[in-house]
Design a protein around this ligand. Structure first.
Ligand code: UD1
Length: 419
């Protein structure tokens, strides 16, 4: 298992390009199952989760190629196997995204239940209830969700909780259903809009994506298209925090700063000077130490839970006291225990972490526990005094494309060390 070795204390500076968004690429790849003709998707990031999704599609019989220029070609004209096995689902919960497309196009889908997850219970009950409301018969047998239907029927669905992949799954299911489905209290994330735009390009009839009411008029079939995945707002935010924590100045190209407002506002509060254009963002910390900020995670357009660990790392070396309130996932503070081992002064009270900034963190061997927690640890290592060794970085590789190369481009002293 690879580790990352980081020599902290370098002020980041320079320019890098942002990759395509993981959380848009995964549903779009699942969405290729809806198409009766080949599709091409560009700006697909080379990530572990993308590779897992491609393996999953291939295991069903979809013909998929992924080239070095970030293009995926998927031909789902024939999909003889309508099943997502446990071995793949257990490594990536987003595998649940094949449930809606398989069921609506072929009338059957067997998807292994995801099981426990390092960041809390993360159930899929709302996905299942939505499909049942559309007329599907759903049972759980031998650890699999088994869904069957003739043709799904349109339904009026009000989500109990805002769910991103739940909204995406039902949007895909409704695309080939009979009649107009309405999803209320839908997730408004930019990645939901990206999936809808991809589906519209294939011939789906969707309106309201990006608002809390999405309407989907079912069609008989969807065709081929070429589609480019939007930039990753979480990767963008992560590098911006890295620069802020090291007093640096960076410019990120091929980004979409309009999707990152809540994060940019908080970085401004922390003392960063931010400039944005349509597809770039610049952060200049002018060598200063960040001020502590308080955040509360919320569904989009609120502050993203996927940026919580990074801000926790920043607060741990900031000037003052900042509180972090996590409202989306229980048990998403594992990075705090590791940050404490680096000298951070953080107290957890229920779903609130109270961070009192210390003058400096000191390097220590630390362990990544989930994707975003591991990003927080890498950032802490960049700002710490000494050599930090981050173990279990397969978590990082699930969501960050070539993280050590990009950070080196910004001047960081970081390298991957094989075990
Ligand atoms: C997606 C993102 C993930 C992000 C999260 C929240 C992808 C592939 N992943 O995850 O990076 O951290 O959104 O922004 O896009 N819930 C239920 N029942 C359900 C579904 C969800 O109770 O059927 C609850 C969850 O336990 C959680 C909340 O709803 O408390 C939000 O979860 P959800 O938006 O579904 O997260 P994911 O879509 O899994």
């Amino acid at each position: 298992m690879d580790k990352l070795l980081i020599k902290g204390g370098v002020r980041l500076s320079g320019e890098i390009s942002i990759s395509g968004a993981k959380n848009a690429a995964l549903p779009i790849l699942a969405g290729t199952l809806l198409a009766s003709e080949p599709v091409t998707i560009s700006n697909v990031p080379h990530l572990k989760d993308v590779a897992t999704t491609i393996t999953l599609l291939q295991s069903m019989g979809v013909e998929v190629t992924f080239d070095d220029r970030l293009n995926v070609e998927a031909d789902a004209r024939n999909v003889p196997v309508r099943r997502a096995p446990y071995e793949l689902v257990k490594t990536m919960r987003a595998s649940i995204l094949v449930l809606g497309p398989l069921l609506t196009r072929f009338g059957e889908a067997d998807v292994s239940l995801p099981g426990g997850c390092a960041i809390g219970a993360r159930p899929v009950n709302l996905h299942v209830q939505g499909l049942q409301a559309m007329g599907a018969k759903v049972t759980v047998e031998n650890g699999f969700i088994k869904a069957r239907t003739r043709r799904l029927k349109a339904a009026h669905i009000v989500f109990d909780t805002v769910t991103v992949t739940g909204t995406e799954n039902l949007m895909m299911a409704a695309a080939l259903a009979d009649g107009e489905t309405v999803l209320e209290n839908a997730a408004r994330e930019p990645e939901v809009i990206d999936l809808a735009s991809f589906m519209i390009a294939m011939g789906a009839k969707i309106s309201g994506a990006g608002t809390s009411t999405v309407r989907i008029e079912g069609v008989e079939s969807l065709g081929g298209t070429s589609y480019e995945v939007l930039p990753d707002r979480i990767e963008t935010g992560t590098y911006l925090v890295a620069a802020a924590m090291t007093g640096g100045r960076i410019r990120l190209k091929r980004a979409a700063p309009k999707d990152l407002e809540a994060v940019l506002i908080k970085l401004g509060e922390a003392g960063a000077e931010i400039k944005t254009g349509k597809d770039w963002v610049e952060l200049d910390m002018h060598g200063k130490r960040p001020r502590a900020v308080s955040i509360k995670t919320l569904p989009y357009p609120g502050f993203p839970t996927d940026m919580q660990a990074q801000f926790c790392a920043m607060n741990s070396i900031a000037d003052g006291v900042g509180t972090i309130t996590e409202t989306i996932f229980e048990n998403r503070f594992q990075h705090v225990l590791e940050l404490q081992r680096m000298g951070a002064n953080i107290r957890i009270e229920g779903n609130v972490a109270v961070c009192t900034g210390v003058d400096k963190l000191t390097a220590a061997p630390v362990m990544a526990t989930d994707l975003r927690a591991s990003a927080g640890l890498v950032l802490a290592g960049l700002a710490a005094e000494g050599d930090t060794l981050v173990d279990r970085i397969y978590h990082v590789d699930r969501g960050y494309e070539r993280i050590e190369e990009k950070l080196r481009q910004l001047g960081a002293e970081i390298r991957r060390v094989p075990r």
